[in-house]
Design a protein around this ligand. Structure first.
Ligand code: FEO
Length: 168
């Protein structure tokens, strides 16, 4: 494997773990603001991100490469509202989509078709991730300051569960 692709995948492991902490921070905000359903929803998202990080890590090992585990900057800890957290989530997911596209660009440039095949799963995953956050943001926007509406959304968010994806 070309070293620059290995280096960028190592960076991606860090970004995915950062994502997990970002969503855990949002879960914590929800817990402190009487939104236990969204606390659950963000914790499930944290599980998704840990799954992503571990997939990248395992892939490097599958290719006999050295994985580098590093720390990362602190995620934000203050949010003005649930909508604010969801807006920040969407911005972050767009950034991650850009990262996956960048990794794919390198894989093609290096003619590393194993990496292209591996990354294809993440290309699809990012479409789902952005869509999932967009739906939540749209619904939270729709209910606005309507307490019973938000209460209902929170109850729905409580039903989200993490199911490790089956990788074809
Ligand atoms: Fe790992 Fe939310 O992208």
């Amino acid at each position: 494997m070309k070293q620059r692709l290995v280096d960028e995948i190592n960076k991606q492991i860090t970004y995915e773990f950062y994502s997990a902490f970002l969503y855990l921070s949002m879960a914590s905000y929800c817990a402190e603001n009487d939104l236990p359903g969204f606390e659950n929803w963000f914790k499930v998202q944290k599980d998704e991100e840990e799954f992503h990080a571990t997939r990248f890590l395992t892939y490097l090992h599958d290719r006999n490469q050295h994985a580098v585990i590093t720390g990362f900057e602190n995620p934000p800890t203050e949010f003005t509202s649930l909508l604010d957290a969801l807006e920040k989530s969407i911005e972050h997911e767009k950034f991650v989509t850009g990262r996956i596209n960048y990794l794919m660009d390198i894989a093609y440039e290096e003619k590393d078709y194993s990496a292209v095949d591996f990354l294809n799963w993440f290309v699809k995953e990012q479409t789902e991730e952005e869509n999932s956050f967009n739906i939540q943001r749209g619904q939270v926007k729709l209910v606005g300051d309507n307490g019973p509406g938000l209460f209902q959304l929170d109850r729905e968010a409580a039903t989200r569960v993490f199911t490790p994806p089956v990788i074809p």
